[in-house]
Design a protein around this ligand. Structure first.
Ligand SMILES: C[S@@+](CC[C@H](N)C(=O)[O-])C[C@H]1O[C@@H](n2cnc3c(N)ncnc32)[C@H](O)[C@@H]1O
Length: 238
């Protein structure tokens, strides 16, 4: 997930910088070098898929699909959904997706205004987007995910995070002092927001190979049940 800084001259290659979600055109510029750092995402992406275990008869949505690491990893699995859709706001990221299995496709779409009918997916995945969004957009994205995933459907999120406070402080410090290149490295734990947005937390794991990451599995509940009792997983990652 090596991403460029905000200036057009920054190149994706060799930088640990991430841009925020609304940096105009930044993800299009990042697309070319993006694959070079995908190995740093692999452990967390695989854990996310282990957590969700999408079945053949399920429909999956991958939000902020980027160059398709989640869909590619899923396509390799012996059990995978017959239908999967990736959405992203960057045409250049989507252009690098490569061939997808029959029945799968990718399209332009914004996490805060998902172009899908309500309750039209069984499972949703979102890898390395939420820490890029401001609070308002995160709220909108979680609300949209709640709308498009069916009742009792599953959501798995991957964000930059570390169980080690010193590592979190280092990442957040880097994001603060060098926002042009590292704003997206700020850490984010989505669990409290998830619980308030109508998701019951089921599992969480903090991983430290590659990007320090938090993987969270949640199940859609009615908004009236949202945040009623803090689930065990919200307190501690595995
Ligand atoms: C860090 S990359 C993650 C891509 C992919 N999920 C991965 O793990 O490699 C963030 C992606 O989010 C996309 N993105 C940023 N803001 C978005 C939004 N509001 N809605 C959908 N995608 C967005 C960017 O274009 C970029 O492809």
């Amino acid at each position: 997930m090596t991403l460029p800084g905000r200036s057009a001259g920054d190149s994706a290659a060799g930088s640990l910088g991430w841009v925020t979600s609304r940096s105009e055109g930044a993800w299009d510029r990042a697309a070319q070098g993006y694959a070079r750092q995908e190995h740093l995402e692999l452990q967390a992406v695989r854990r996310a898929l282990d957590f969700t275990q999408p079945r053949f008869d399920e429909r999956l949505l991958d939000v902020a699909t980027g160059t398709g690491i989640v869909l590619r990893e899923l396509a390799r699995r012996s059990t995978r959904p017959a239908e999967a859709v990736g959405v992203d706001t960057s045409p250049a990221m989507l252009a690098r997706l490569g061939a997808l299995p029959t029945g799968w496709h990718a399209q332009h779409g914004d996490a805060t205004r998902l172009p899908f009918a309500s309750a039209s997916f069984d499972v949703a995945t979102v890898a390395y987007l939420l820490q890029l969004l401001d609070a308002a957009d995160r709220g909108a994205a979680l609300a949209e995910l709640h709308r498009v995933v069916r009742p009792a459907g599953r959501l798995v999120l991957v964000t930059v995070w570390s169980a080690r406070p010193a590592a979190r402080a280092a990442l957040d410090g880097l994001a603060r002092v060098a926002p042009a290149t590292s704003a997206g490295l700020r850490t984010h734990d989505p669990r409290a927001e998830l619980a308030r947005a109508g998701w019951r937390l089921e599992r969480a794991a903090a991983l430290h190979h590659g990007y320090p990451s938090l993987v969270v599995l949640a199940r859609r509940v009615a908004l009236s049940q949202a945040g009623s009792s803090p689930p065990r997983a919200s307190r501690k990652a595995e």
